[in-house]
Ligand binder design. Sequence first.
Ligand code: XMP
Length: 526
Amino acid sequence: LVLILDYGSQYTHLITRRIRQLSVLSLCISGTSTLDAIAKLKPRVVILSGGPHSVHAAGAPSFPDGFIEYAEEHGVFVLGICYGMQLIVQKLGGVVAVGEKQEYGKMEIAVPEGEWGFYGPEAIGGHQTVWMSHGDEAVKLPEGFTVVARSLQGSVAAIENRSRRFYGLQYHPEVTHSTQGMETLQHFLLDVCGVTADWKMQDVLEEEIKVIKGLVGPDEHVICALSGGVDSTVAATLVHKAIGDRLHCVFVDNGLLRYKERERVMSTFQSDLHLPVTCIDASEQFLSKLKGVKDPEMKRKIIGREFICIFDYFAEELEEKLGKRPTFLVQGTLYPDVIESCPPPGSGMTHSHTIKSHHNVGGLPKEMKLKLIEPLKLLFKDEVRKMGNILNVPESFLKRHPFPGPGLAVRVLGDVTEGNALEILRQVDEIFIQSIKEAGLYDSIWQAFAVFLPVQSVGVQGDQRTHSHVVVLRAITSEDGMTADWYYFDHKFLVDVVSKICNNVRGVNRVCQDITSKPPATVEWE
Ligand code: XMP
């Protein structure tokens, strides 16, 4: 196991992912975790991440007392990256100072002749482009450390103390701008630390199935809310493989789904995945509660509350049918959610400021006292897709764009029940998405959808004056939805899609494109 101690760098997740791409399991925990928490995981290698701090700042985060002794006693290899390297230098008796020049961006480093921890034979004697991002630098190394590589400007880029197994990189090997970063990590982990590359998704899957079989007693039952998204579908399919029809899934039609969504996802659940799913049509219940409500937060809260009611109802019905209460709940929680719920101290990340109260259908019924099964909680999204592939979840399903829990309610601005807003939006959205698919663009776009505005504008259609609705098309590229860029369509694509929408959807005479990134906008309009 490679354990990453997180000191708040924006690249920490990336280190975890890169190492997994080398078929080595890596986990990330807070940089200020206790020695006990670290030791419990029995890491072969510990990586100290970068971070926004200076090691001299008051309250700068660090590893726990006794960590160095622990590492040496147990033969653990320690690699510091950027801030992590400065921590090693400072804690082992060297000197870190504010650099003469700050180094941000691409730099050239020279790798000298010799046998080094980071560089395999093919890299020796050459130059590499690396990604630096630091203000402080190591000006005096602790005793026993050697400078392995320097930037062409002369600053320290890589250090090592082989006998004590401490290593440091001032640059970020995990970002793609460091052209040989992956080779560097691979050489270090596999050849120097002797880690074996044997972490395979098939093994992860089999291990999870074994764990779930052991966890759920032979007469216990499990429930799961399916949203139609990748995570809950893969989680349910996995649990179903472990315990069969003692899993009971529910899919709720809240009246806020996309065009033919219910039919499409139910058919995948039943025909392709053979999941035991009950579909509850609660559209009238949701829409009657949303009637007249314009405030976005209020809409989200109502939807969240209604969902709990339906879920409760489902659990009660099940109890009646089975003669006993289900005891477990499956959730499609992913690894980034786990890490983000315990941000490293001083990282500036906080969850106290609600921009939007996100609602994931699987995450609601806390008061039901169900025990949790979270089979994906160590995986990133792309790894969930890989697991889905092994479980034969159709590719088309695994590549679907994300869809928010509150559905079209956050895409019809204002009162969702007014006029035929939802129906118009469904038709526009369907034309937009089908056009994107036909143009072969679906997989290059992270998320695309239409928005309905509660305003009317004047137009002319077939020599007639019209006073009809305005819709907005939004398509973005993103890594994880936290930040986003708008997607650039070519002129012809836009001309065709606008004409298809205006010719086919009654009640629309104007189509706009949203070209705002996030920030300052959010992805959804509400
Ligand atoms: P925002 O609008 O916050 O969206 O920039 C970022 C990503 O999150 C999705 N989103 C949600 N997902 N429940 C969800 O499960 C929600 O309440 C919710 N609100 C937004 C959004 O579609 C985008 O992918």
